[in-house]
Design a protein around this ligand. Structure first.
Ligand code: SAM
Length: 150
């Protein structure tokens, strides 16, 4: 997935919390310093924690207060949505809306990276495929990479 994103991708970490995954991304792909990374979270206290300051390999992400069910991005404007440990914070209806919002903002050919606990993995995978994503990788239900068709 990381090579398919290209050098100047825009990634949104929805429910990104303090930004731990941004640091993981830097380990996966050192060239990610050119990516635009946006950390969006509903809680000011979470994004204020700023763990990305511990990483010297990527610039600090942009930080946005926002809601997974109403993302402040135009249609098809995002290369990848990271959804790590977030859908399990939402109601079933909220998780459906968040999957629909991911579908709206991800560009054709773009990705969603999903991680939820095992017990709800199949349901959250299904939410994404129902909205049109194809599951292209994964280690188990709910730990999945989805792609929007081109
Ligand atoms: C378990 S933490 C995961 C944080 C981060 N993604 C990670 O893997 O380290 C869940 C995060 O989702 C955020 N969250 C919960 N509901 C949300 C919503 N509707 N919109 C945006 N963020 C939300 C919480 O504030 C919290 O920071």
């Amino acid at each position: 997935m990381t090579s398919a994103l290209g050098e100047r991708a825009t990634l949104v970490s929805v429910g990104g919390g303090p930004g731990f995954e941004v640091i993981q991304l830097a380990r996966l792909r050192p060239g990610s310093s050119r990516w635009r990374v946006i950390l969006l979270d509903a809680q000011p206290g979470m994004i204020a924690q700023g763990h990305w300051r511990r990483s010297r390999r990527v610039p600090p992400p942009e930080r946005l207060l926002g809601d997974a069910v109403q993302l402040p991005f135009p249609n098809g404007s995002v290369d990848a949505v990271l959804s790590l440990g977030v859908l399990c914070c939402l109601t079933d209806d909220g998780a459906d809306e968040a999957a629909a919002e991911a579908w709206r903002v991800v560009r054709p050919g773009g990705f969603v990276v999903l991680s939820v606990p095992r017990w709800r993995g199949a349901a959250d995978d299904e939410r994404h495929t129902r909205h049109g994503f194809a599951r292209v990788a994964g280690t188990r239900p709910g730990r999945s990479v989805f792609r929007k068709h081109k």
